[in-house]
Ligand binder design. Structure first.
Ligand SMILES: NC(=O)c1ccc[n+]([C@@H]2O[C@H](COP(=O)([O-])OP(=O)(O)OC[C@H]3O[C@@H](n4cnc5c(N)ncnc54)[C@H](OP(=O)(O)O)[C@@H]3O)[C@@H](O)[C@H]2O)c1
Length: 356
């Protein structure tokens, strides 16, 4: 029987998951949340670019959506900037018996790493409702759990694990959140949200700890580093216009220290143009982006992931893939034991109903 599902938000990521939910035969879309008056009352199909109306109209009535008692809500509202509102929405669903898959609240990729103010109310709501919540995406998400676990499964001994997102964000239409939080278009003396002490570790420290726990190693420390590169001439791209002297590339990492050395590393190199930061690592074969894992050991293993083939923009492919990571987990999450879960608690294969 099809699972009854709700899509919560139809932004960059959510409009793709909404389309996936409508198109898949194993889901029955019963509700859509929209916060903006431009979206409330519109048919779900209209909100994701499909032609055939679904009869499901977007609403901003949280109580009405919770009362549907759906099997799962696919939560993709921008939550990092309004965590307390998001907690209110998520706990309402969880306590009422509706499971959650989400790309929001990226601190929860590995719940044991997240702060108690976040995990406490959510875990309690899961207990009350007998429900499960799972947060994942591409990065953080796939790149820091499924991808390195696949590489590690091929090793007889692992010395270091380095995960890299190397990506040209120039075509990513998200100046308000990604652009601002990464500090693009500002001067290097201004510390953006992402580089405030502890923020990088709160996000990418989760995957570091998940891998440490899977590998059975103790982390001495989780530490952060970042650097910026400023434009040598003006840059015009979809994300924004960057003037000379403003930040046009960032490089940062969260390092898990094992026996005194950085053994588990999550690293980003993000540019707004291919010409930026010429001395930093680039994606292979002239591609605009890669999600890569490099394991040193016996044998060494490297896996390069390229999102978007056949001319599909890599940043568009990135949000489609992020949506898919959540949607593909719905069945597994609905079948899982109650609580906040990570990939460690779910079957790694979540690909049913993709080929049709
Ligand atoms: N791990 C990964 O790989 C990954 C990748 C991309 C994104 N993400 C995460 O996924 C989430 C969604 O990302 P996105 O790029 O789709 O976000 P977005 O387009 O910026 O925003 C998503 C939706 O959030 C709602 N929203 C925004 N501001 C709001 C406010 N002040 N009050 C109420 N609702 C508000 C809007 O919903 P309505 O449309 O209903 O008005 C908007 O469409 C974020 O939490 C992001 O961090 C994770």
């Amino acid at each position: 029987m099809a699972l009854r599902v709700i899509q919560f938000s139809t932004g960059n990521v959510g409009r793709h998951s909404l389309r996936q939910l409508i198109e898949r035969p194993d889901f029955d879309l019963v509700g859509v949340h929209a916060s903006g008056p431009d979206k409330v009352g519109r048919d779900a199909a209209d909100l994701c670019g499909l032609d055939v109306p679904t009869g499901v109209l977007a609403t901003d009535d949280l109580g009405a959506l919770v009362a549907l008692r759906a099997d799962c809500v696919v939560y993709m509202s921008q939550a990092e900037t309004r965590p307390h509102d998001a907690l209110h929405e998520l706990t309402a669903f969880l306590a009422a018996g509706t499971n959650v898959v989400a790309t929001s609240l990226v601190w929860l990729i590995y719940p044991p790493h997240a702060d108690a103010w976040l995990t406490g109310p959510l875990a309690e709501a899961c207990r009350v409702g007998g429900t499960t919540m799972y947060v994942n995406g591409v990065d953080p998400g796939f790149s820091g759990d499924l991808l390195p676990l696949a590489a590690l499964s091929l090793c007889g001994r692992a010395d270091t694990v380095r995960v890299q997102e190397i990506c040209d964000y120039g075509s990513y239409d998200d100046a308000e959140f990604t652009g601002a939080s990464f500090g693009f278009g500002t001067t290097p003396d201004i510390v953006p949200m992402l580089f405030l002490p502890g923020v990088l570790a709160s996000i990418w420290g989760g995957p570091v700890r998940l891998l440490a726990d899977e590998l059975g190693v103790e982390l001495d420390q989780v530490r952060e580093r970042y650097e910026t590169w400023t434009a040598t001439e003006p840059i015009e791209c979809t994300m924004m216009r960057v003037e000379t002297g403003q930040v046009a590339a960032v490089r940062f990492a969260v390092e898990g220290i094992v026996n005194g050395r950085p053994a588990i590393v999550m690293e980003h190199v993000n540019r707004l143009t291919p010409a930026a930061a010429p001395d930093w690592p680039v994606a292979p074969e002239g591609r605009p982006g890669v999600h890569r894992v490099i394991v040193t050991g016996d044998p060494g293993v490297e896996i390069n992931t390229h999102l978007g083939l056949d001319g599909v923009d890599h940043n568009v492919a990135g949000v489609v893939a992020t949506a898919a990571k959540a949607v593909n987990a719905i069945s597994a999450v609905c079948a899982a034991s109650p609580g906040l879960v990570s990939l460690r608690d779910l079957p790694v294969s979540q690909v049913g109903h993709l080929m049709r």
